[in-house]
Ligand binder design. Structure first.
Ligand code: AHR
Length: 512
């Protein structure tokens, strides 16, 4: 990736104009959020709470896999990492990269471990021992109870390699690669459904980088072969990651080639607080939302020219804060980073009609919510908003009206409250997710139910700490989730969202 400079374009203002009104509630509250369960955006796909693991630094080796560690199980998987991943309720995990995949040959990572070659990984200037490969990743996914999502090598890799990988994983028996899997001890097919067609192929940092036409043609031919091996797989095109380039044209062109063959187009975005400007950083996820909105339009444009009956969705399959340049990408996160992660998730929920998968990059040690040491695992600040969303924000995303004060950022007016909401019909709950971007002031807010009444005990999950620069470590843990309960009865819930906080509220609604 190329880290997106936090520089705001005029486009950013359009999507936010509704939210920037200064009209305030008469009842003394500083802000109003209006919820109406009839105004639905779309079903929240559980796959938006996914993650990503790459052969990079200590993500796989020393993260997922550390044979010989007192914390590993009999297969060499770190038990504490499995437990943390389960707490995050990770629904899908992407693997093996990232930039790494563009030089990866999957056959190096199967069969007897003492026969597997060590290769040079040009993406990260490392040695790859191949001790962890396809079968190990599948075993790890089964232990975690998550869905595997493989990305194929469309950098230095061939079409044959890609289709053979599908055969190895998904064909039951009686062919060269399916029998090879069985010889390796896996009688039942792995049944990998999700397959990415290359990683960040728009970026010149990528091995085998291509222009949009060349990628479109190559990905199309590869897609055909992969689907002819198993027509039940779902394919993800490698969409934009280089926002310094002509990313709109990239997405448009590749969709024109792949519109009849892919189920998702991926987009990536990393943000950072490079100039140590808190309010600028608090506005940084608006770029991701623009990318979503524009890509939704491009999908529409492409699919009106296609005969397909099913939609193409967005897989936001790499997102996070990443800017500190830490060795081996072992970024150490603070409170403000946790707010930005919550705002990425708000953007995915607000656009639940089209964002049907998202993967935080990455899972452990490498720009990650979890950090392993030889003696244990601790959770970074960004773990907590993801954990709250993944465990509590489900159902149908709702259009949310929010009226809060704004601050100026370039030409834009950014509301202090960043909000998304959902209706969980099964549990008869409304879920409201609120980031208070204000650095110093709490915002007293009325949440109004326009389609019924709140009744019962609401549960709040709040992530906050004294200072926006507070960080967790192996010994100190100032940032975590605090749970509170409030009784509600009527159509309004009033709550004061603390300065620089994220709060997820589950509010029971009365039976009709
Ligand atoms: O997640 C780290 C790297 O960021 C990935 O390898 C690549 O896809 C992106 O540029």
């Amino acid at each position: 990736m190329k880290i997106q400079g936090i520089k705001w374009v005029a486009l950013a203002t359009a999507a936010f104009s509704l939210l920037s009104s200064q009209v305030l509630t008469a009842q003394g509250a500083d802000a109003r959020i209006k919820i109406d369960t009839d105004r639905q955006v779309g079903e929240i796909s559980p796959l938006i709470y996914g993650n990503f693991t790459e052969h990079l630094g200590r993500c796989i080796y020393g993260g997922l896999y550390e044979p010989g560690s007192q914390l590993a199980d009999e297969q060499g998987f770190r038990k504490d990492v499995i437990e943390g991943t389960q707490k995050l309720n990770a629904t899908i995990v992407r693997w093996p990269g990232g930039n790494f995949v563009s030089g990866y040959h999957w056959e190096d990572g199967i069969g007897p471990k003492d026969k597997r070659p060590t290769r040079i990984d040009l993406a990260w200037g490392a040695r790859e021992s191949n001790q962890f490969g396809t079968d190990e990743f599948i075993q790890w996914c089964r232990k975690v109870n998550t869905q595997p999502y493989f990305c194929v090598n469309l950098g230095t890799g061939s079409m044959d390699e890609a289709r053979n990988w599908v055969e190895y994983c998904n064909v039951e028996k009686g062919t060269y690669y399916s029998d090879l899997r069985r010889q390796n001890g896996f009688e039942k097919p792995h049944k990998v459904i999700y397959w990415g067609l290359g990683n960040e192929m728009d970026g010149n940092w990528q091995m085998g980088h291509k222009n949009a036409d060349d990628y479109g043609k190559y990905a199309l031919e590869t897609a055909k072969l992969m689907k002819w091996i198993d027509r039940d797989i779902k394919l993800i095109a490698s969409g934009s990651s280089d926002y310094g380039g002509n990313w709109i044209e990239w997405n448009r062109t590749i969709l024109s080639y792949l519109k009849d063959h892919v189920d998702y187009i991926s987009v990536h975005n990393y943000v950072g607080n490079r100039s140590n400007n808190y309010y600028e950083f608090m506005g940084s996820t608006r770029h991701a939302e623009n990318v979503i909105n524009i890509t939704r339009g491009l999908i529409k444009e492409a699919t009106t020219k296609s005969n397909r009956r099913t939609p193409i969705y967005i897989a936001f399959d790499e997102y996070n804060v990443w800017y500190r340049g830490a060795a081996a990408l072992e970024e150490h996160y603070n409170m403000e980073d946790a707010l930005v992660v919550a705002m990425f998730l708000n953007a995915f929920v607000r656009n639940a009609d089209t964002v049907k998968m998202a993967n935080m990059a990455q899972l452990v040690n490498v720009i990650a919510p979890m950090f392993s040491t030889p003696d244990g695992l601790w959770y970074q600040t960004i773990f907590y908003p993801l954990e709250a969303f993944a465990n509590h924000c489900k159902g149908t995303a709702l259009q949310t009206y929010c009226d809060s004060k704004t601050y100026n950022l370039g030409n834009a007016k950014v509301p202090y409250l960043d909000v998304s909401s959902a209706y969980d019909k099964e549990n008869k709950e409304i879920i409201v997710n609120v980031v208070n971007r204000h650095k110093d002031e709490a915002i007293n807010t009325d949440i109004l139910n326009q389609s019924g009444v709140f009744k019962g005990t609401a549960t709040l999950y709040e992530v906050n700490s004294k200072d926006i620069k507070d960080m967790n470590s192996a010994t100190e843990h100032p940032v975590s989730t605090v749970t509170k309960q409030i009784d509600v009865n009527g159509n309004t819930l009033n709550y004061s969202f603390p300065a620089h906080s994220f709060t997820l509220i589950r509010i029971p609604v009365a039976e009709e």
